[in-house]
Design a protein around this ligand. Structure first.
Ligand SMILES: Nc1ncnc2c1ncn2[C@@H]1O[C@H](COP(=O)(O)OP(=O)(O)OP(=O)(O)O)[C@@H](O)[C@H]1O
Length: 318
């Protein structure tokens, strides 16, 4: 049966780190003592067969950490990332667990489902609390029995999948509210990892900023600018609601608008309020004029807008 294809909920393909638009999974920058604690816990958990639950705000690096866990586990299969909030309502069961030949005529991509694709590897379920309760129940059964009953099938198929799940909410509260299955929370409990927000690991900010400057300067064939000391203070005083993803965007933008080889506070375009004394920094007219005069800048801005649209939806790029 040839089903038409719906937009897939895959966040990253196994070779996403080769994509020029994505630098994800190429490096994990961890300098702050709190990040060292996370790294030590990851090193302990990665080789074990048990599932892992990563808790953290958006943009803190949950998916990157999941990829790192997969790589360090040396499991031979693929890393498959699925956003539970992007699963289609009517076909989520078939998308996740697969379907028997002839059992489906809806827009589901693969008959094996995401579980089948991750067989022998790691299935990363982003925002796991967005799964409906009926699918949470089925997920728990599949993980415990290590076999999956595809939609429309009579016989279960054995699967060997390690689950790494992520959530930005407290699953304990969701259990109390009757929105998350207590059994699934307990199943995930032993592999709990918390990624602190960037504002609570200030020691990571400067190394991350330098890392992103280096990556984007190389990609744009620009010299790597210095970060002025008052810029560093502004970066460290900001609350970073979008965490590391926002830091990367701020640094990328600053690189494009800085006329010389120094990033100054006026080149920082923060999206929200500042936790320190400096107030929200606006990019100066002079810096914007400089940006517009740069060769090839239109293509760069287009790429930036496409990326914003990809990450935050069409409204972010307006
Ligand atoms: N420690 C890190 N070192 C380098 N880059 C990082 C680090 N953590 C996150 N990043 C980068 O920040 C961006 C956001 O990371 P990621 O997508 O893993 O976050 P997330 O917590 O899964 O976000 P969301 O909850 O919105 O899906 C990615 O481009 C990732 O490569």
């Amino acid at each position: 049966m040839n089903a038409p294809h719906a937009p897939l909920p895959l966040l990253t393909f196994p070779d996403a780190d080769k994509s020029p638009l994505s630098i994800r999974a190429k490096a994990l920058v961890f300098f702050d003592p709190r990040s060292h604690e996370v790294r030590d816990e990851v090193e302990r958990l990665a080789p074990l067969p048990q599932p892992v639950l990563i808790h953290g705000e958006t943009g803190t690096g949950k998916e990157l950490l999941a990829r790192h866990i997969h790589r360090a586990s040396e499991r031979p299969g693929l890393f498959v990332a699925v956003s539970c909030s992007a699963l289609s309502r009517n076909y989520a069961d078939a998308e996740l667990f697969g379907y028997a030949p002839g059992a489906h005529n809806g827009p589901v991509g693969s008959r094996a489902g995401w579980f089948g694709s991750a067989n022998g590897g790691t299935l990363y379920l982003d925002e796991i609390a967005d799964l409906p309760l009926s699918l949470q129940q089925k997920l728990l059964r599949v993980l415990q029995e290590r076999e999956v009953l595809r939609v429309g099938a009579r016989e279960p198929v054995p699967v060997d999948v390690r689950l790494v799940a992520a959530t930005s909410i407290d699953l304990g509260q969701a259990v109390k509210a009757g929105k998350f299955l207590e059994g699934l929370q307990q199943y995930l409990h032993d592999g709990n990892l918390t990624l602190p927000p960037l504002r609570e690991r200030i020691g990571d900010i400067q190394p991350l900023a330098e890392y992103f400057l280096g990556v984007h300067a190389q990609r744009l064939e620009l010299p790597v600018p210095q970060i002025a000391s008052d810029t560093q203070r502004a970066l460290e005083g900001y609350s970073w609601p979008g965490n590391i993803r926002e830091l990367e965007n701020v640094i990328h933008f600053a690189l494009l608008v800085s006329p010389d080889e120094e990033i100054r506070p006026e080149h920082l375009n923060f999206s929200g309020g500042v936790a320190g004394s400096g107030g929200v920094t606006k990019v100066s007219d002079e810096a914007l004029e400089h940006l517009v005069r740069q060769p090839g800048v239109e293509a760069q801005l287009r790429a930036l807008l496409q990326r914003l649209e990809h990450e935050r939806g069409p409204e972010a790029a307006l």
